[in-house]
Design a protein around this ligand. Structure first.
Ligand SMILES: Nc1nc2c(ncn2[C@@H]2O[C@H](COP(=O)(O)OP(=O)(O)O)[C@@H](O)[C@H]2O)c(=O)[nH]1
Ligand SMILES: [Mg+2]
Length: 406
């Protein structure tokens, strides 16, 4: 994969994937600078709004406009100059978090635990990772740890067959930690390079989910005290700022070591990656820009920033042609995201202080087959996905005078 970014068309694919995000941003900026205009407080404020509406978050938006003001306040600027300046600053913000998922060849296997809410793309990402590692000549094991969803097990099996990975699964509802333990035993015995562990994104409640993730970690440590070597949280970019709540919640459950952000092709919310980088500073290993094995890109900050701002890769010239619309991704109904109510709107009190936590974790989880009511909750209307939420609307910057604000 190291050479892949140089392949012709790679940047074009990223541009196409990010087109909806790019359109929202460049459309907004061009709206502010339809003609050459002096960069005054009003223009800065309008720019800040554009950035917030494109999911960069209020803090990042304020930083970007403040930096622009330092350079160009009171000067005549064009939308191209503004986009160039933003792209430069965004690339700088993203630089510290861009870390590919590196497999340590001395570990046999290097264990990667994959976590995240249902529907964010965990299983698909495991397939894409397996494809990448197999192409590098590595031997890969997969553990189907989402044992309650038959479709999830079958889906992973298909990826294993497709990529030539070894597949380890259990009976319906089998204990995920036991399964992971068995998979690690087998992978060790086979001298495999990588073990990818899929997990459930939804159990009966957040405590069950936390216990399961913690138990998987605890149990595999019996075979390898350093495992899992990576615990990767998968985030769906279409959830916008809710991704922040998911990072916070999962950080209380597991020692999240890095992120992979998926579905950047299906959303105008690509700016969320910048706000995630700014807020959490967690490594971003890769991004998903489509459903197929080839649609995972290493995360390259400059390419990402320039794509987002509708700029070509290496030169300052803008891409003048309108960004092509790409079709909505087709999501199989049974695999549609099921956002978890308490993950999307985390309760104010910390997870660990909840009363159930006082009890020791049972070694074997008591898992009931029934779904809880909140599991049947439906997804927020995807048609509204690109519309700013009330919260985002209220995050609009307040008008202040130059000198106080910038
Ligand atoms: N457009 C698009 N779809 C994706 C991407 N990653 C995953 N998906 C789709 O999202 C749906 C849910 O993915 P899945 O891997 O089953 O999520 P999981 O529940 O977290 O394991 C599937 O239809 C995937 O094909 C991506 O980067 N782009
Ligand atoms: Mg899955």
């Amino acid at each position: 994969m190291a050479d892949e970014p140089k392949r012709p068309g790679f940047f074009g694919r990223l541009r196409a994937g990010l087109s909806r995000s790019t359109e929202r941003l460049t459309g907004g900026i061009t709206g502010v600078f339809s003609t050459k205009r002096r960069l005054d407080d009003e223009a800065l404020e309008e720019l800040e709004e554009v950035l917030i509406m494109a999911d960069l978050g209020p803090a990042t938006a304020a930083k970007l406009t403040a930096s622009l003001a330092r350079e160009k306040f009171d000067k005549e600027v064009t939308d191209l100059e503004v986009r160039e300046a933003f792209a430069l600053d965004i690339a700088k913000m993203l630089e510290p978090v861009a870390h590919p998922l590196t497999i340590d060849p001395t570990r046999k296997p290097h264990v990667v635990l994959v976590a995240g809410v249902n529907g964010v793309g965990k299983t698909t990402t495991i397939g894409k990772l397996a494809q990448q590692f197999r192409a590098e000549g590595k031997s890969v094991f997969m553990a189907a740890g989402d044992t309650f969803r038959a479709a999830a097990v079958e889906q992973l099996q298909i990826w294993a067959d497709r990529t030539g990975a070894q597949f380890v699964s259990g009976n319906h509802g089998a204990d995920a930690a036991g399964l992971a333990f068995g998979a690690l035993e087998q992978a060790k015995a086979a001298g495999a390079d990588v073990l990818l562990i899929d997990t459930a994104g939804r159990l009966h409640n957040k405590d069950n989910l936390m216990q399961e993730l913690q138990k998987i970690t605890r149990v595999i440590k019996k075979l390898d005290p350093e495992a899992p070597h990576d615990t990767v949280l998968i985030l769906d970019a279409t959830t916008g700022q809710n991704a922040h709540a998911q990072v916070e919640t999962f950080q209380t459950m597991a020692n999240i070591s890095g992120l992979i952000v998926t579905k950047l092709d299906g959303t105008a919310r690509g700016g969320v990656l910048v706000s995630l980088a700014e807020k959490f500073g967690l490594p971003v290993h890769a991004i998903g820009v489509g459903e197929s094995a080839e649609d995972m890109r290493p995360f390259l900050p400059e390419d990402y920033a320039r794509s987002l701002m509708g700029l070509n890769r290496d030169e300052a010239a803008p891409v003048m042609e309108p960004v092509a619309e790409i079709p909505e991704p087709v999501i199989a109904p049974e695999l549609e995201p099921e956002p978890v109510a308490e993950l999307i709107e985390p309760e104010p009190e910390p997870v660990l202080s909840e009363p159930e936590e006082a009890e020791p974790h049972p070694e074997v989880l008591e898992q009931e087959p029934e779904l809880l009511e909140d599991e049947l909750e439906t997804q927020p209307d995807p048609a509204n996905e690109d519309k700013p939420t009330a919260e985002e609307q209220s995050a609009k910057p307040k008008r202040r005078l130059f000198g106080l604000r910038w």
